[in-house]
Design a protein around this ligand. Structure first.
Ligand code: DSN
Length: 456
């Protein structure tokens, strides 16, 4: 008998096909990415690293032709080594990095490895606070890293931009060993040059070197396509990211860095120049065991796709759709954090727009086939489970081929669902409006099926 799991996978395929995915951190991978993930590479152990000889110099054909020496702890590596090298070299080309570690299982693992590579317990890190739009791994009290290191949080201004004055004041007061720019709910373009200057000022007052790190998980695909500034072009030492958001690869993490690339077997001096080697040692054996080589192969395929000209068009369209959707929402009476967006992500202040909270709106939209997530807003006083806002974005719907005309339709559906929430007031009472929500869900389904998901 077929395992029940496969029935549920099929039901999820239907959910994805018939609804529209607006969670800004999700996307639909290509068939090739999916095939690499579901390959025999999952059978292989390969702790350690391939050789870095010829990194950023050899062509892909040269890599494919060579049986490389390696720093591995298992035999049978000849194919895995070359696949991991392709992933590393493609990642370096995409992001102008000297080195890439493609092994982190997730963005959180990538961030924790950088902290472990550079910091000692008790060292100070300056990052965006969670309520302002920062990520859990940027110092939220509930995380492992917040137990080990001393995180100081900066915030955002009323118009939703990074509060650079506060960032500078806190940096000069606390002299952090690591300054982190990164977020999961932020819709402006960071001023990387200004942050690099702040690092210089901190450096002049510090006895230690100061690491400049960017967690670009949300916008990595836009950076890869040249549609968003790249922190590594502005003097940042390290950039971390996930590989599954705008970058449209498999679920996983990636660390890019500038500096010396050398054997990870010998412990180097802890200097900024050695950060690539320190990071390799911090990923394995520091914080992870065996790499997921099937996922690394899928990352390599996704990086190859992102290097193609079509990906630039895709990234442009993500931003074009997000801006069009933001304008349509505003014209429907929605109040947006920052009054719009410069990237792929929109934050709606649901409370100020309509009086109910983000969770009720998320639940109602779910019933209409539109998936997004309730999200805290800066200065939100509500409980984390009942925040005032919702967060949405355009990476996934742009992959399906939706364009600006569909953004107008989407904003109208969202307004109709908001009107239902105004009447319902609670999640239970939404059941009284099930028919109205089903009418919208059917309209969503009809449109969604005209834009098939590439991997289904
Ligand atoms: N969970 C991711 C997001 O949705 O932004 C961040 O890790």
């Amino acid at each position: 008998m077929k395992d029940l799991v496969f029935d549920l996978i099929n039901q999820e395929k239907t959910r994805q096909s018939e609804g529209l995915e607006l969670i800004p951190s999700e996307n639909y991978v290509s068939k090739d990415v999916l095939n690499a993930m579901g390959s025999v590479l999952t059978n292989k152990y390969s702790e350690g690293y391939p050789s870095f000889e010829g990194i950023n110099e050899w062509s892909e054909d040269e890599i494919a032709d060579k049986i490389l020496p390696n720093y591995r702890y298992y035999g049978g590596q000849e194919n895995v080594d070359r696949i991991e090298r392709l992933a590393i070299d493609r990642a370096c080309r995409l992001f102008h990095a000297d080195h890439a570690n493609v092994q982190p299982h997730s963005g959180a693992q990538a961030n924790n490895a950088v902290y472990f590579a550079w910091l000692e317990p008790g060292d100070t890190v300056l990052g965006m606070s969670l309520p302002a739009g920062g990520h859990l791994t940027h110092g939220a009290k509930v995380t492992l890293s917040a137990h080990i290191y001393n995180f100081i949080g900066y915030g955002v201004t009323e118009d939703g931009d990074i509060d650079y004055d506060e960032l500078e004041n806190l940096a000069l007061e606390h002299l952090p060993k690591l300054i982190l720019i990164g977020y999961s709910a932020f819709m402006k373009i960071p001023d990387f040059a200004r942050v690099a200057k702040i690092r210089e000022k901190v450096q002049q007052k510090s006895e230690h070197e100061v690491l400049l790190m960017a967690d670009m998980a949300h916008v990595a695909g836009l950076i890869a396509a040249g549609e968003h500034p790249n922190p590594l072009d502005y003097g940042f030492d390290v950039m971390t990211t996930t590989t599954h958001k705008t970058l449209r690869g498999p679920r996983g993490g990636l660390i890019l860095s500038k500096g010396n690339v050398a054997s990870p077997l010998k412990k180097p001096e802890k200097t900024l120049k050695n950060i690539p080697i320190l990071i390799d040692r911090a990923v394995f054996p520091g914080t992870q065991g065996g790499p997921l080589e099937h996922i690394i192969a899928a990352k390599a395929v996704a990086f190859g796709e992102a290097l193609k000209p079509e990906f630039k068009t895709y990234a442009k369209n993500i931003i074009k759709n997000a801006k069009a959707l933001a304008e349509e929402l505003k014209s429907q009476g929605f109040i947006l954090q920052g009054n719009g967006t410069d990237n792929h992500l929109i934050l709606i202040n649901v409370k100020n727009s309509f009086g109910f909270d983000g969770k009720l709106y998320e639940k109602a939209l779910d019933k209409a086939g539109l998936t997004l997530n309730a999200n805290s807003l800066p200065h939100d006083k509500g409980a984390a489970f009942r925040p005032s806002g919702v967060r949405l974005g355009t990476p996934a719907i742009t992959t399906r081929g939706l364009g600006t005309p569909e953004m107008k339709t989407l904003a109208h559906w969202m307004k109709r669902v908001a009107e239902i929430c105004e009447k319902a007031e609670t999640e239970e009472e939404l059941n009284n409006y099930a028919e109205d929500l089903t009418v919208i869900k059917n309209e969503v389904r009809t449109l969604a099926l005209k834009f098939p998901i590439p991997s289904v």
